[in-house]
Ligand binder design. Structure first.
Ligand code: AMP
Length: 287
């Protein structure tokens, strides 16, 4: 695996690749890699001639400075995992390389409702940080395909909206969520959970599957209210939201008319002050 630190270096390398008419798949990550990330790499390897993973903990997408400071950094272990998976290129630039004019220079891309609801509402500025770094990464790498996790459902919608406008030749592929055997969605942030907090964190996926398994039998809003009770009276967990929304737009669904193949359940909660999210489509509809 080739490890590249500079934009000029990755551009040179990819010029050679493109002169051979090879397709380029790209998996952007913030490192502390787990099987979720590696499943994206596998999808890229199946579909593309060359696969590139980036590791960059992007400061501008953290609305909470403490979350940024505590974000796990495990570069040596990540390199080993990627080498074992036969990744072609790892791009791990410095903050100075990605933000040569400082962290204040950010894209201001109109995202409409996507920036006003759920993650957009709770994490002010987060998605402008995401599109700012992806703009720089997409310009450097110019991939044919980008592989992203459906777990960050709203992020995929944001990136599809932004790239349709600014990078129409790039195809964004949304991939299924990898879970531990007990249902917990794999996440780099899980590394920060104590054994007890990890047990509590199971409530996120349990709530989603509870609703999905029951939703046909009763009024969905009633089932969602029932699922929310799993988060009451527990000192170490605070539910931020648990909602069912239109999976194309994230608009609220009218339960009388909602199209059944268009619904997604989204949840966010703090467990021991660590913010976790999870998502479940009511009907599978992957790219
Ligand atoms: P991150 O390193 O958290 O920024 O994530 C990098 C990419 O991996 C994003 O596209 C995430 O949606 C994706 N990802 C994170 N967790 C999972 C998971 N459990 N299953 C599949 N993809 C994931």
């Amino acid at each position: 695996m080739k490890i590249v630190y500079q934009i000029s270096e990755i551009k040179d390398l990819l010029m050679q690749v493109r002169s051979q008419n090879k397709t380029v798949g790209f998996v952007p990550t913030m490192g502390a890699l787990h099987e979720g990330h590696l499943s994206l790499l596998e999808r890229s390897q199946e579909k593309c001639d060359i696969s590139i993973v980036s590791i960059f903990v992007n400061p501008t997408q953290f609305n909470d400075p403490n979350d940024f400071l505590k974000y796990p950094k495990l570069l040596e272990q990540d390199i080993e995992l990627l080498e074992n998976k036969k990744c072609d290129v790892l791009f791990c630039p410095s903050v100075e390389e990605m933000y040569p004019n400082g962290l204040e220079e950010r894209l201001n891309f109109p995202l409409g409702l996507l920036e006003e609801v759920l993650e957009g509402e709770k994490r002010k500025g987060h998605y402008q940080g995401v599109v700012t770094i992806l703009d720089a990464l997409f310009k450097a790498i110019q991939p044919d395909f980008v592989f992203m996790g459906q777990k960050d459902f709203q992020q995929v919608l944001v990136v599809k909206t932004f790239s349709k406008e600014l990078f129409p030749n790039i195809q964004i592929i949304s991939c299924p969520t990898e879970r531990d055997s007990d249902g917990l969605a794999k996440s780099s942030r899980n590394l920060r959970l104590s054994a007890e907090a990890r047990q509590t964190a199971l409530r996120l996926s349990q709530a989603l599957f509870y609703i999905k398994n029951k939703f046909d039998q009763q009024n969905p809003s009633k089932i969602i209210e029932e699922a929310k009770k799993m988060f009451l009276e527990h000192p170490n967990v605070q539910l931020e939201y648990l909602e069912m929304r239109d999976s194309n737009t994230l608009e609220a669904l009218s339960y009388e008319t909602w199209p059944k193949n268009n619904a997604v359940l989204l949840i966010a909660a703090f467990v021991d002050s660590i913010r976790l999210i999870d998502v479940l489509l009511l009907f599978e509809e992957l790219d």
